[in-house]
Design a protein around this ligand. Structure first.
Ligand code: ARG
Length: 293
């Protein structure tokens, strides 16, 4: 474990000093060796636009190197030829307490990734649970404090929310996505505090317009202090970010979100994954949380 870095900041309007602490993270990533866009399963993908695999690998490497520099532990899964989306490991599962819930992809093109992720979890000692329901892992399930926030509308089906509740025995809050550009929960909402004290509310940021009205009400009620991100920052995948509780890795284009994070005492760090955005993925998509405890 690395020594936590801290930052303090005085907020305007005489709010108390916030002290953010970097928490050690454990992530699973997959090098985009086979990255390309040769099918279209989300509005960002256009098989007619050429991709540059070497550039994707170089940008991905910057993210990997940054995590290591921040003291996090990053594991790798072997990329499979013919599965260009495997780089988006957030869809490879959802883990809490050494248990891994395996994805069942909505689209045929990605289904072959599931057995590889299941095998990775098994061989690394996770209690590996195969799903009955369509779900795309941490793309649609985010742990916020004690609660699992669960997205639906485009990929993970509502029944997977019941299943994930049974698998982990935690409260699950269903959130319905309505804008096809934000087809996974992690494209519209980010958890800023990966670790909070028992019962405390985790800091989150989200793009209100990506959710239906009922879900917007639930979010406003449960997370009154959330950062509401502007449409222009959401539209450049600003919310597809990874946080250790202090350092928040975001797209360099999300300049408004960057400012909001600083005001709250977080330390935004910009990493450009423009090439991987051609597949409709960003920083968080390339990062799966491994929670062994
Ligand atoms: N092309 C991939 C898909 O449509 C991108 C996945 C992005 N992953 C994410 N966690 N949002 O499935």
């Amino acid at each position: 474990m690395s020594t936590p870095e801290t930052a303090t900041i005085l907020r305007p309007a005489q709010e108390p000093i916030r002290r953010r602490v970097a928490q050690h993270r454990h992530y699973l990533m997959c090098r985009p060796t086979h990255f390309t866009v040769d099918y279209k399963i989300n509005p960002w993908m256009d098989p007619a636009t050429p991709t540059d695999t070497a550039k994707a690998v170089a940008q991905w490497q910057d993210l990997y190197d940054l995590y290591v520099k921040l003291g996090h532990e990053v594991e790798l899964i072997e990329p499979l030829a013919g599965y260009p989306d495997m780089v988006y490991t957030a869809n490879g599962g959802f883990t809490i307490g050494g248990r891994a819930y395996v994805p069942a992809f909505y689209y045929e093109q990605r289904r072959g990734e599931s057995p590889a992720f299941a095998e990775w979890f098994r061989s690394h000692g996770y209690d590996t649970v195969l799903p009955a329901e369509i779900n795309e892992g941490e793309g649609d399930f985010l742990l916020a404090g004690d609660v699992i926030l669960a997205g639906t509308g485009f990929r993970s089906v509502g029944d997977s929310h019941r299943e994930v509740q049974e698998v982990f025995g935690r409260e699950v809050v269903t959130l319905t996505l309505v804008d096809p550009r934000f087809y996974h929960l992690d494209t519209a909402l980010t958890v800023l505090d990966p670790v909070v004290e028992d019962g405390a509310t985790a800091g989150i940021a989200y793009l209100p317009h990506a959710f239906d009205e009922a879900s917007q009400r639930i979010l406003a009620e449960r997370f009154p202090d959330a950062i509401l991100v502007a449409d222009e920052d959401g539209a450049v995948f600003g919310l597809n970010s990874a946080s250790d509780g202090l350092n928040v890795i975001i797209s360099p284009r999300a300049t408004g979100f960057e400012k909001q994070l600083r005001e709250r005492g977080y330390n935004p760090i910009m990493v450009d994954l423009s090439e991987l955005l051609l597949g409709g993925g960003g920083i968080k998509c390339c990062t799966l949380e491994l929670r062994q405890a």
